[in-house]
Design a binder for this molecule. Structure first.
Ligand SMILES: NC(=O)c1ccc[n+]([C@@H]2O[C@H](COP(=O)([O-])OP(=O)(O)OC[C@H]3O[C@@H](n4cnc5c(N)ncnc54)[C@H](O)[C@@H]3O)[C@@H](O)[C@H]2O)c1
Length: 262
């Protein structure tokens, strides 16, 4: 334990990964706990969240599970309430929940469009809405959004990802809006723009697609969920006390190119 988040209480949404391996939310939750935070693991699946809580506790960290769907306002309210009742305060919200779906404007179904906007944008707004008053009561806080290179560059591929790109770009506006509105209240809002990391979310990708993705990255390497977690620890900690409204790409240099390499 290095103690960079000692004394802080963190909520990580979608903390448990959808499959085997280390997801972004899982790596963030583990690293927050290693740095001394007490962590509330929020997930729809209680079994997977309990498994992650055990991993954290086995390492000597502190974690609790809150099971629920954060697309619902009453669940978000109960989640924030649970956090304060369990640990006495709320300092950090890491909005990790997000899903994608294929489609261009011509091919995306309205159902998928609504599902993707809800999972990426509405969940983030509702969790933030419920956590902000508790952060104020704790004297300040850090809200972290999880976006994607798709929100900065679009996503090049055969089947499109217009809903995902639109939702992730929306998170950039959300971040800057919260940052501006809460700057005087010691509450910071920043966004990690996640690049081509290999996690259970993209486990369906074949070797060829994975290799193509790797070669598009200027550094010519794949990222991992741990690369994202190191950034999240910085944004959650007081080390970033003067940083707000930042869109932080962790992507091996892809966003710096400002376009997809051909
Ligand atoms: N892996 C990548 O290549 C990549 C790239 C860019 C961005 N991202 C972003 O990273 C984030 C996800 O990372 P991960 O690796 O932890 O994903 P993951 O899908 O493995 O884990 C997310 C968890 O959230 C849960 N969840 C989904 N909707 C929920 C809801 N409404 N309420 C409660 N729980 C819910 C899922 O059941 C899942 O267990 C997303 O925001 C995603 O867009 C990933």
């Amino acid at each position: 334990m290095a103690g960079r988040l000692k004394g802080k209480v963190a909520v990580v949404t979608g903390a448990a990964p959808r499959g085997e391996g280390v997801g972004n939310g899982m790596a963030v939750a583990i690293m927050f706990a290693r740095e001394g935070a007490k962590v509330v693991l929020v997930n729809r699946s209680v079994e997977r969240a309990e498994k992650l809580a055990k991993t954290i506790k086995d390492e000597g960290g502190e974690a609790s599970v809150f099971a629920g769907d954060v697309a619902r306002a009453d669940v978000c309210e109960a989640m924030a309430d649970f956090t304060v009742k369990t640990y006495g305060r709320l300092d950090i919200l890491h909005n990790n929940v997000g899903i994608g779906a294929p489609g261009t404007p011509e091919t995306v179904t309205l159902e998928n469009w609504n599902r993707v906007l809800e999972a990426n944008l509405t969940t983030t707004m509702l969790c933030t809405k419920s956590c902000l008053p508790r952060m104020k009561a704790s004297g300040g806080g850090s809200v972290i959004m999880v976006s994607s290179i798709a929100g900065a560059l679009g996503l090049m591929g055969s089947s499109g990802a217009v809903a995902y790109s639109t939702a992730k770009a929306g998170l950039h506006g959300f971040t800057q809006s919260v940052a501006a509105d809460y700057a005087t209240q010691n509450i910071r809002a920043n966004c990690i723009v996640v690049g081509s990391v290999h996690t259970p979310m993209v486990a369906h990708m074949g070797d060829e697609a994975r290799e193509r993705r790797r070669k598009m990255v200027p550094m010519q390497t794949e990222g991992t969920a741990w690369d994202i977690a190191y950034g999240a620890v910085y944004l959650a900690s007081d080390e970033s006390r003067w940083v707000t409204g930042l869109l932080l790409p962790i992507d091996g240099g892809l966003v710096a190119l400002r376009t997809w390499p051909r």
